[in-house]
Design a protein around this ligand. Structure first.
Ligand code: IVH
Length: 753
């Protein structure tokens, strides 16, 4: 054993010198893991490993209290110590990219864009294709040609101000000649393989921490509080995009990249212009072939629509542009033993089987857990009863193939039956919740078995809380998954409202909190500050944070845009309850009618069956109207609406939601800046065939102008835009006396005719 290798010695056997070295090693590993988990959102070691290392650290500190380090992991809660960097709000959000792995998905990408833009297959549509650099993105703001600010991506809306550090990177010019007055250049900070190896050697020689891979090294180096350290680290930068610009850089993506190169930025030499999916795939293959010899890490190829006017028309989904996509390199594979199958219970009660594996390195990362998806997957069936893996099931003791693709959770792909141990039994999926003992049932058509325990199930409650504090939800700094678990275990936080009562209850609790393991005076104060800061919060975040099944970020945003305030949203969802119940009854009646009709070999009479169910318990006009309005919101279907309304109708859930709402100041949803828009605040419905734009594009334009787009006509509709072939909606609009115009009329109205 080398002198530095103290990791293998039991805590109680370490000499004092070894203990000091081991505490140093643990501080490096755990602090890096904290950062990976909290700041980079990319955990690198399992929760179990993390916990084990933390316990080991505490045990050694208990034996040698005088060796406890100033940066001891026992005193760290969340991310970077003392949150040293100032926050920067990005003028234009920094987005991520949607991912694809297969050639077919690249062809779909082209087809999807053509559909959106209403281009036929023969029309030219060019894309750029360039390497996807595996580093971290940075936004550089130049005003009058002078670098005034550099910011990391952060959550896309707010990043960290790392200007002093960015100035030390030689690929980043301090001044530009002939640039637009305002220019935000975006690109990737990375470290070359050679520089990474040399850095790790220097670090090891000086007893500093070494990095797992070039990406971590680049991230760790850029996020140094002392920019002298960053200056000593060999970071590089490729420019590939831009944020705010006071005048356009060019008319095409390629032109803009050339312009950035002319201004003095490094741009990637493998950026190519492609005529369509087949050329993109050929360039992908060419880049992949050079991957090993590039000298820096790339993890795929990025495609972007070349014409910037088309990029503009295509716009964005919640967090990704429609005009770009990442085509990742194939997943990495390895074989290992499946030691056990555990069941985890998620926030909506889903029982998820997790494979516990003999640790194995897959693409540079040690994997000891992998998802097994659901009970059908283990049994070798797909959701429709067809075979997967040739029908081979997965059993404890099996030799299994594990793969990782990008940052996603490792998966078990295959099993080698020739190595199956004798006597291995088929896995029996539990029918009761392993956490609370409630029945776990599987509804028809659902691939997933769910615990019926609701809030009484501790696993569901904890997962709901973790979701509540997650990035896209309340995003409370210093209150991550680990802290939530700790607080839940100790009964300090049982439901979301408790988070906002923490200071009041335990505020002397600062006293109490800082006495707890892992909390110091400063971290406790920071936590209370961070929580207080989140009392004022956007409506869409609150709706998303509730963790209601089927209500993801996009649905939450749609609901927020429609109802705009918490009271309006809450009143609508409450009012719709009786009608939602009838809708469910009507679904059941329909299912019964279909079964009966099949039995009697006749055509099902669906409409009368549904109507009878609605009439069995007539609902008040207001309830029906609230329900119709809810399911009339574009993007909100009956499944989402039932899930939402029934959650609010459940007394325990409702009490928890009300308690939370009473402690918050929910901001009114901003309307887009629509000064002068002729359709701001109007409810618009599109129907029939649109010829100059697609439905999706029309919707996005209308919303950008402050209109609400609904899927069906009701008394609340202000305007119907009807193309050729408009049917019942046009008739209904006529009956209700709603203004109806055609596509040209619409374009004229919004000033684009
Ligand atoms: S374009 C709006 N181009 O990948 C699109 N991103 O997975 C902006 N990345 O956050 C991104 N190489 O950090 C683009 N050639 C490239 C890239 C690239 C690496 C990173 C970037 C982004 C992430 C999304």
């Amino acid at each position: 054993m080398s002198a530095a290798d103290t990791g293998g010695i039991a805590a109680e056997d370490l000499t004092e010198a070894q203990a000091a070295r081991e505490l140093e090693r643990l501080a490096a590993v755990l602090n890096a893991a904290n950062r990976a988990y909290h700041t980079d959102d990319a955990p690198e070691i399992s929760d179990a490993e993390y916990d084990a290392l933390k316990i080991r650290n505490a045990a050694i500190e208990a034996r040698f209290p005088h060796l406890k380090r100033a940066d001891s992991p026992s005193d760290q809660v969340g991310a970077a110590p003392d949150d040293g960097f100032a926050k920067v709000r990005h003028a234009v959000r920094m987005l991520s990219l949607s991912n694809a792995f297969e050639a077919e998905e690249v062809r779909d990408f082209d087809a999807r864009i053509r559909r959106y833009l209403n281009l036929d297959g023969g029309a030219p549509l060019a894309f750029t294709a360039e390497p996807k650099i595996d580093g971290l993105s940075l936004s550089l703001r130049y005003e009058d040609g002078v670098l005034v600010q550099a910011a990391t991506r952060g959550d896309g809306e707010t990043g960290e101000n790392v200007t002093a550090n960015a100035r030390t990177i030689s690929d980043i010019p301090a001044r530009l000649d002939g640039a637009p007055q305002v220019l935000e250049v975006r690109g990737e900070v990375y470290m070359s393989h050679a520089d990474f190896a040399a850095l790790n050697e220097r670090q090891a020689a000086s007893g500093g921490k070494t990095f797992a891979n070039p990406r971590n090294a680049a991230a760790g180096s850029l996020r140094q509080l002392d920019s002298a350290i960053t200056a000593a680290r060999p970071l590089r930068f490729f420019a590939y995009a831009w944020g705010e610009v006071s005048e356009a850089l060019a008319e095409t993506q390629m032109g803009a990249i050339d312009r950035l190169a002319a201004l003095g930025f490094q741009t990637n030499p493998l950026t190519a212009l492609c005529d369509g999916p087949e050329e993109m795939l050929a360039h992908y293959a060419a880049i992949e072939a050079q991957r090993a010899t590039l000298g820096y890490d790339i993890d795929g190829v990025v495609y972007k629509v070349d014409d910037l006017a088309l990029q503009q028309r295509l716009g964005f989904r919640a967090t990704t542009p429609r005009w770009a996509m990442a085509h990742k390199f194939p997943a990495e594979l390895a074989w290992t033993w499946l030691e056990a199958i555990d069941i985890q219970v998620g926030r909506t009660g889903a029982l998820s089987p997790v494979a516990r594996l003999t640790p194995v390195t897959v693409g540079g990362v040690v994997v000891s857990n992998a998802t097994l998806h659901n009970e059908d997957y283990i049994a070798g069936r797909d959701s429709k009863g067809g075979e997967i893996r040739g029908g081979k099931d997965i059993r404890v003791g099996d030799w299994v193939q594990v793969y990782r693709a990008g940052d996603v959770i490792p998966k078990v792909a295959d099993v080698d039956l020739s190595k199956r141990p004798e006597g291995a039994e088929a896995y029996r999926f539990p029918t009761v919740c392993p956490e609370c003992g409630s029945d776990a049932i599987r509804e028809e058509g659902d691939a997933v078995r769910r615990c019926t325990g609701g809030l009484i199930c501790p696993a569901q409650a904890v997962e709901k809380l973790k979701h509540f504090v997650s990035r896209a939800a309340f995003d409370i700094e210093g209150l991550g998954a680990k802290q939530v678990e700790q607080f839940y275990r100790d009964d300090w936080i049982r439901e979301p409202a408790d988070i906002f009562r923490l200071e009041e209850r335990y505020g002397t609790g600062l006293q109490q909190l800082k006495n707890r393991e892992g909390w110091g005076e400063k971290s406790a104060q920071n936590l209370f500050d961070a929580i207080r800061e989140r009392r004022r919060i956007a409506l869409r975040r609150v709706i998303f944070a509730l963790g209601i099944r089927h209500v993801g970020e996009v649905v939450a945003a749609d609901l927020a845009k429609h109802y705009r305030t918490w009271p309006a949203f809450e009143a609508a969802v409450t009012a719709a309850a009786p009608a939602a119940a009838r809708h469910v009854a009507a679904d059941e009646a329909e299912a019964r009618e279909r079964a009966a009709a099949a039995e009697e070999d006749r055509r099902p009479r669906i409409a009368p069956a549904r109507q009878a169910a609605w009439e069995a318990e007539p609902v008040a006009e207001g309830a029906k109207a609230a329900w119709d309005e809810l399911v009339g919101i574009d993007g909100i279907g009956a499944i989402v609406a039932v899930s939402l309304v029934s959650t609010f109708a459940q007394p325990a859930e409702r009490a928890s939601i009300d308690a939370l709402a009473a402690l918050l100041e929910v901001e009114e949803e901003d309307l887009p800046d629509t000064a002068g828009s002729p359709v701001a605040g109007k409810t618009v419905v599109f129907t029939g065939t649109l010829e100059k734009m697609t439905r999706a594009e029309a919707k996005a334009r209308a919303e950008a102008l402050g209109a609400k787009v609904a899927g069906s006509v009701s008394a609340k509709t202000d305007l119907l835009v009807a193309g050729p072939g408009a049917g019942s909606k046009a008739k209904k609009a006529a009956d209700l006396g709603i203004e109806t115009i055609d596509e040209d009329g619409w374009l004229a109205l919004i000033g684009e005719g």
